[in-house]
Design a protein around this ligand. Structure first.
Ligand SMILES: [Zn+2]
Length: 435
């Protein structure tokens, strides 16, 4: 009875909320208040795949849903990245009949790694794809060990894992569970030394002795082997080869995949999504074809003109150094003069005044490559201090805390404008610059 009431109330709020575009969490939150064991009551016709990890889970789960739909399957999916309890409950209740049946062929749930143990307390996915594990919003989430502990509580013995063989941390999750690995071959972007400050697996996560790497794809993602306990890159069932990062082309067996967003990080996301779809029963050729047709959400990466200058916007996750490192790699790939505009503002979004994470981002890599960096937002001065310590010359650094006054500051700079910020602030920065 409570369940039916929760579903009816949740569905009504979702319908009303659809007009305000704020309907992703609230219907589920209210339904959970009415029926706290809501998740226990759903009956799934199809398989349930959870997608989690520190970085790339929204793009990867959107890609999985896209590939499945391209292959004629019906999918229930939290496309907007509402990956906490309320968002998952909203997704399930809006796809459910009043008796709790979820009729779709597949349910694809992007799940916050920290909240996964609460979300999967009363039901379990059949498959879990873990993209990677890094330090992420350190003061909110704790270090990687804390995340692993929480994930272990979420992963029931029946869950089949789909894991990134190049990540020594997530590759060793729940060792008793059935698993498959995916991996990509060494690329022209691979390095023999780590080029990032953030490196969460300098020691072997199994025995805590020094970890050796043959090469790195980025941060601690790479070909690894511990000479003490023998833990090494596991053999991958799904291997992606001949990776041409510059042109966004690579091979999956005999099938070519192309992507417009040309980065190693994105190719790993595609590899994860294609592998998960193969596990879910899609033929490799069909998964590869559908993956090539996937368009990354425009809000994540966009190109535009600002006045007569070319501009690109790359979103990074707030308080997530690896995500900013990825954006820096992207800036480095752009040819010619460029100016980077960085907004560090929503740092207090979680009432958190910590700025130490700026020191985990390898801004040093940009120093000799960009004409200038425009530091904007309430933490502009903190960022400027970070850049000076990275060796930037004072004439390379522009500071303007007031977002409404950044247009003339940016106008003084030269080259392609690369806007590097996080989701919440991107729109306001663009609005001022294109006004
Ligand atoms: Zn070891």
């Amino acid at each position: 009875m409570r369940f039916a009431l929760a579903l009816i109330v949740g569905k009504c709020i979702a319908v009303l909320g659809a007009f305000t575009n704020r309907a992703t969490n609230i219907p589920g939150e209210i339904a959970l208040k009415i029926c706290p064991d809501l998740f226990k009551k759903f009956k799934f016709k199809g398989k349930v795949l959870a997608v989690t990890g520190s970085n790339g889970k929204t793009s990867t789960s959107n890609m999985v849903a896209h590939i499945l739909r391209q292959n004629g399957k019906t999918v229930a999916h939290n496309a907007k990245g509402s990956n906490l309890l309320g968002g998952i409950a909203t997704t399930l209740l809006t796809h459910s009949s009043l008796s709790g049946n979820i009729p779709q062929d597949y349910v694809v749930l992007e799940v916050d790694e920290r909240f996964s143990r609460l979300i999967f307390k009363d039901f379990s996915p059949d498959y879990m794809l873990v993209t990677n594990l890094f330090r992420d919003q350190l003061t909110r989430n704790g270090n990687v060990d804390v995340i692993i502990e929480k994930l272990h509580e979420a992963i029931k013995p029946s869950v089949k894992l789909i894991l990134n063989a190049s990540d020594p941390i997530s590759a060793m999750l729940a060792p008793e569970n059935e698993r498959v690995y995916y991996n990509i071959e060494r690329t022209s972007h691979s390095t023999e030394k780590s080029i990032n400050i953030t490196h969460d697996a300098k020691v072997c996560p199994k025995c805590y002795h020094k970890m050796n790497y043959e090469y790195f794809h980025y941060n601690h993602i790479g070909q690894f082997e511990c000479s003490y306990c023998g833990y090494k890159t596991p053999e991958a069932k799904y291997m992606f080869t001949n990776v041409d990062v510059e042109n966004g082309d690579f091979m999956f067996g005999e099938f070519k995949i192309h992507t417009e967003y040309k980065s190693v990080f994105n190719i790993f996301n595609i590899a994860g999504a294609v592998s998960a779809c193969c596990e879910l029963g899609i033929k490799p050729v069909d998964a590869a074809q559908a993956a090539s047709k996937f368009k990354l959400m425009k809000e994540r990466y966009d190109e535009m003109e600002i006045g007569s200058r070319k501009a690109i916007m790359i979103l990074s996750k707030n308080q997530n150094p690896v995500s900013f490192d990825q954006s820096i790699s992207h800036v480095l790939d752009i040819e010619g003069d460029k100016t980077v505009v960085v907004y560090v503002g929503n740092i207090n979004h979680t009432h958190n005044r910590d700025t130490t994470w700026l020191y985990d981002i390898s801004f040093e890599r940009l120093r000799d490559d960009v004409s200038s960096v425009v530091c904007i937002g309430p933490r502009a001065y903190d960022l400027a201090v970070r850049l000076s310590l990275a060796g930037f010359k004072s004439e390379q650094i522009e500071i303007e805390r007031d977002i409404n006054k950044i247009k003339p500051v940016v106008a003084k700079t030269k080259g392609t404008i690369c806007i590097m910020t996080e989701l919440y602030d991107a729109k306001s920065v663009l609005e001022v610059l294109t006004r």
